[in-house]
Design a protein around this ligand. Structure first.
Ligand code: PLP
Length: 379
């Protein structure tokens, strides 16, 4: 427990409570959770599924046959990737669960995991909880936020078992070119690593570019699994449903850990997720437009505020560079003090996040506009 990193939001949470007790209308731009509701077609499917008594019993560990078939069909439709639903697809109780359970499946005490310099915290804490080691792969403006695995020292590689990548990237909001995926696959082959691609934002690409799957690339299936989730794609974060797919041996190992820890996803939720994946996808296109419009609102305001950012290529974030003279935690505290707006410090996402803040687009338009207005006039 004591090896887990300190909670970087603690100071901000304390300040927030103080501000609110003073009557300040605090606006959070810190939330990585869609503000829009789950599409009605999915809620309808759930209402029907929950009335079916068969769904009230224990679920199948690996996911129901129809759900795994739907995941495979979605991968085919969306990316042209063919998968065997029996051996290459596994239902997850959210991708967070899958990430955490990969550690007991693949990491022994002292083994290394290669983790992006900024990223989802469980890539690191999952290792800490079982005595694994983390090597951070450098990510910065200069390498386009494409984690630099090639610079990993030989002594780390000798004990490395697993490497995480995630594009479009939370928090850096960049997509990866296919050449980068190809290089990562070759690297994983050379060093006998399991390559885990966390594709949580697979449906959220901007300016007409839809994210790709690493499984589209040659050789990927020899070394890689990919995680997909209904959470951000279908505004279903609270439902807890996702899937892992790809390398059959890795899928089997993850499934073995899970069958000893949990008992699968509520089958009615899997039925609703089938509708999410295979029903009409117009709501996904509409969601993408909402986030893109909000991204543009933020980008237009940055100059006046004194921030700068690349144009987000996907995800629900803008990753903005802060002015000099502050750490990102100091800057976040200053913003909260002066404007009542919460912007998480980049350092909360890993060692390469210093000097940045993450602005969430999962904020209703009028609240986002108000927050930007306050920042523009006060900072
Ligand atoms: C939100 C998020 C997750 C967790 O998704 P769930 O499927 O809801 O567990 C995983 N990875 C990244 C990068 C995320 O942003």
């Amino acid at each position: 427990m004591s090896n887990l990193p300190p909670y970087l939001f603690a100071e901000i949470d304390r300040k927030r409570a103080l501000k609110e007790s003073e009557g300040v209308d605090v606006i959070s731009l810190g939330i990585g959770d869609p503000d829009l509701p789950t599409p009605q077609r999915i809620i309808g499917a759930m209402a029907e599924a929950i009335a079916n008594p068969k769904n009230h019993q224990y679920p199948a560990y690996a996911g129901s046959k129809p759900y795994r078939a739907a995941c495979a069909e979605w991968m085919k439709r969306r990316f042209g990737v063919g998968l065997d639903p029996d051996t290459e697809v596994l239902a997850l109780i959210g991708s967070k669960e899958g990430i955490a359970h990969l550690f007991p499946a693949f990491i022994d005490v002292g083994d290394y995991t290669l983790v992006p310099g900024v990223g989802y915290p469980v890539y690191t804490t999952g290792g800490i909880l079982i005595g694994g080691e983390t090597h951070y792969m450098p990510m910065n403006e200069d390498n386009g936020w494409l984690a630099d695995f090639e610079s990993t020292p030989a002594e780390v590689l000798a004990k490395a078992k697993m490497m995480f990548l995630s594009y479009p990237n939370n928090p850096a909001a960049v997509a990866a070119p296919v050449e980068y995926f190809d290089a990562a696959i070759a690297f994983a082959q050379k060093h006998d690593l399991l390559l885990v691609h966390d594709n949580a934002y697979s449906e959220i690409g901007f300016d007409g570019h839809l994210p790709t799957s690493i499984l589209e690339r040659p050789g990927a299936r020899d070394v890689a699994i990919e995680l997909f989730s209904c959470s951000k794609a279908y505004n279903m974060t609270g439902w807890r449903v996702a899937f892992a797919c790809g390398n059959a041996e890795a899928i089997k190992a993850l499934g073995t850990v899970k069958s000893n820890v949990d008992s699968g996803v509520f089958t009615a939720i899997q039925d609703a997720a089938i509708e999410a994946l295979l029903g009409p996808q117009d709501d996904v296109a509409a969601m993408r437009e909402v986030y893109q419009r909000r991204r543009d609102m933020v980008l237009d305001a940055l100059d006046t505020i004194g921030l700068s950012a690349r144009r987000s290529q996907g995800t629900i974030y803008v990753w903005a560079r802060i002015p000099g003279g502050y750490t990102s935690a100091e800057y976040a505290t200053l913003v909260l003090d002066k404007t009542g707006v919460i912007v998480p410090p980049g350092s909360a996402y890993g060692p390469d996040g210093e000097g940045y803040i993450r602005i969430s687009l999962a904020t209703p338009d009028h609240r986002l506009a108000e927050a930007l207005e306050r920042m523009a006039t006060t900072l």
